[in-house]
Write a protein that binds this ligand. Sequence first.
Ligand SMILES: Nc1ncnc2c1ncn2[C@@H]1O[C@H](COP(=O)(O)OP(=O)(O)OP(=O)(O)O)[C@@H](O)[C@H]1O
Ligand SMILES: [Mg+2]
Length: 507
Amino acid sequence: MLASTAKPAPEAPALVVRGLSKRFGGVQALDGVDLTLCAGETMALIGENGAGKSTLVKILTGIHAADAGTVSVFGRPFAARSPRDAWAAGITAIHQETVMFDELSVAENVFMGHMPLTPRGLVDWGTMRAATAELLDRLDADVEPDTPLKRLGVAQKHLVEIARALSHDARIVIMDEPTAALSAREIDDLFRIVGQLKAEGRAVVFISHKFDEIFRVADRWTCLRDGRHVGEGAIADVTEADLVRLMVGRSIDQVFPKQDVPIGDVVLEVEGLSNATEFADVSFSLRRGEILGLYGLVGAGRSEAMQALFGLTRPTRGSVRIDGAAVTIRSPADAVAAGMAYVPEDRQVQGAVLPMGIRENLTLAGIAAGPLARFLSRDRELATTRRFGGRLAVKAATWDQRLRELSGGNQQKVVIAKWLAMEPRILILDEPTKGIDVGSKAAVHAFMSELAAQGLAIVLVSSELPEVLGMSDTVLVMHEGRIVKRLPRAQATPEAVVTAATGGGHA
Ligand SMILES: Nc1ncnc2c1ncn2[C@@H]1O[C@H](COP(=O)(O)OP(=O)(O)OP(=O)(O)O)[C@@H](O)[C@H]1O
Ligand SMILES: [Mg+2]
């Protein structure tokens, strides 16, 4: 089944893009972009947030129409007018922003838009289930075809999405930041699949802000900056620093601007926080000016514990004290009133109001914060938006641009800015730099450090070891729902943290 469509004509490259341009209002998202991709090859498409990567993907998959330029697929001219055209030409993509149907089953999601039919024209459920099971099996995914999608976690949903892309048996597979929600083991599986796709003569476009992944998986690279093609070549011929310079236009020598600031009094004390299944007995204290890193593997219960702390879910037991006084947090509004802010990992669902503008999104959390906030004038709002949006390097045409028109990474920055603009005393950041480019990442880290110096207390949930080690005063490690290790900065070596996170080295 796989071999039939995968055989390329050996002469023609899989994909040739010439002079591709696309403008959205005042923004030239793509400006004469060229790209060549051969069968059996993985191309890393790199560039800052807003460089035009996803726009290119959306044109290739028939979601947007190009203003100018040509595309050919295995030597044939190609202009997709709908996702269906793209599938027919053998192109499929795992998009950065997923469109999936929570109420439907895994199998229905995988085959949405191309369900197998019986001779009488009805949906062939048996075939669909079996094919879904086979695809999930290939991904080593522990997911059943009949499970409703809404029962799955973020990482599992992502695997379903990957299965959906593979279900098209495509000759060109595009992955737009596919690893953002995956655990290390799932990333290994994904890379194994990329290897398999290449061996079958398919071509892969891989978009990521993580250089270790790019160097692991890609053969060649193409770099976009402000919608223009600024370079391409073989991965073997470049270093990370070379690529950063091309992406950003200058070198970035940041590497975690953690300032040593005096750590103040305890602001937050969490004692014995537990729920029925995901975390148990989570206890820690947090001081003014302190950055507390919360490390663990995906599924260790970190996000779940933080969501309970913020009142998004109900813990079964546990107590919270703020400035020494017991507080009851039953809802996010209670948490906000107590001076807490939470930047969620899943910005699409919990973080942002996509149809609204940046300014509105940024001042929304503030409005919720207190009665005075109602009197915020437009000027003050704009000043706040400029300050926080600017510090976090949000790239947009205007401050009133709607969030859904921003690139994925810029949406993420707005969500962080929104919660910072509330000027909380306790800030919980869940994977804040996921999907954010190197330059902006440095901006986020610098701002975090500065706010800590001003007395903000921060919990940093991150699966990125260098980020946790680079930014934290204290590292807590969670494993299977429990805090298994507490390490002061000086003792938080990569070995110590990873060993604890994988369940080894219990005290
Ligand atoms: N539907 C739209 N309406 C208006 N502008 C848009 C739209 N989609 C994208 N843009 C703009 O086009 C530019 C390129 O965005 P794109 O999403 O392609 O960036 P990206 O390289 O994928 O970035 P990221 O790394 O953040 O995902 C950005 O300036 C973005 O705001
Ligand atoms: Mg993108």
